[in-house]
Design a protein around this ligand. Structure first.
Ligand code: AMP
Ligand code: FE
Ligand code: FE
Ligand code: ZN
Length: 281
């Protein structure tokens, strides 16, 4: 029994609809799936319905854009109340920032003699959490670049002409927001960020878990973060971070998190619920 706890749909920068993504999960015989779209939970309702129809356990989640000491880091939230007013209010702010950022990136491209229009990006993105991949796809579609790699290399990467930083909240705010919505807060793909020195502080701020298994983690990375998990008593998660097709096939199914880790997440969530209800009574 396996799970994939890091997945994106077209509600952010993935290309699959929730139903298509669940179709792939079903083909790979996943027992559980979590949806972790960037700065939104909008796809969770449909994904939950699609999972239920094929007997896959669904965990509503998100991947929030946060920072600590100006290092960008992504905080995954699991088992969220997707109707939490505080969470939804923050999502609106994130999404406003993301939409304004598209105009700014397009203006910078225009200043570099690339006459892309913001409407082209919005039409293609067709979601409230647009990001750089949508700009990249629009550049390719309009023939200004031949591939996404080229779009990122020439224009979209940090230190490239069209790079615009994103709206971020502090890591502490992200963790609190996730807790407030009844969720567990997990540090995403630490192997990509290489900010290991921040882990103790994140733990002090209430971090519940760490994503040890990820498509871009080497075996050494995974072991390194499993050691951190043991040292700081963190829950262990993992997922493919699938955004759709990547180099000829979807990443989903590439990272198979043993279901025992999901059981541990659920046990922690149940303990929190119990604590809350005993505090109320
Ligand atoms: P954003 O959230 O708008 O800053 O965009 C970040 C997203 O861009 C990541 O979640 C990836 O999906 C994608 N991404 C980052 N670097 C690349 C790259 N070199 N090629 C294609 N996609 C990328
Ligand atoms: Fe992404
Ligand atoms: Fe991420
Ligand atoms: Zn992701």
């Amino acid at each position: 029994m396996f799970a994939d706890l890091h997945l994106h749909t077209s509600f952010s920068d993935g290309t699959y609809s929730p139903e298509e993504l669940v179709g792939h999960g079903h083909r790979y015989r996943l027992t559980a799936m979590a949806l972790t779209d960037h700065d939104t939970v909008e796809g969770c309702e449909r994904m939950g319905v699609a999972c239920k129809a094929v007997g896959i356990e669904f965990i509503p989640g998100t991947e929030l854009t946060a920072e600590l000491y100006s290092d960008e880091l992504h905080v995954l939230g699991y088992f969220l109340d997707i109707h939490s007013p505080k969470l939804l209010a923050e999502i609106v702010k994130f999404q406003q920032g993301r939409q304004e950022r598209i105009y700014e990136m397009v203006a910078r491209l225009n200043a570099h003699k690339i006459p892309l229009k913001a409407e082209d990006v919005f039409k293609l993105a067709n979601c409230r959490s647009p990001g750089r991949p949508h700009v990249g796809r629009a550049l390719v579609k309009a023939g200004f670049c031949t591939s996404m790699d080229e779009a990122f290399e020439r224009f979209l990467k940090r230190n490239r002409p069209a790079y615009v930083p994103k709206t971020k909240i502090s890591a502490v705010q992200a963790i609190d927001l996730i807790h407030d919505a009844g969720g567990l807060a997990v540090m995403a793909h630490p192997g990509l960020n290489r900010t290991d020195e921040l882990i103790p502080q994140l733990v002090d701020s209430g971090l519940d878990g760490i994503e040890c298994f990820h498509s871009k983690h080497s075996a050494t990375d995974s072991q390194r973060y499993l050691n951190f998990a043991t040292k700081f008593n963190l829950l262990v998660t993992g997922g493919s971070d699938c955004h759709g097709m990547s180099k000829g096939k979807p990443l989903i199914g590439g990272v198979k998190l043993p279901y025992d880790y999901v059981k541990k997440l659920k046990a922690r969530k149940a303990a929190i619920n119990q604590q809350k209800s005993s505090l109320k009574s």
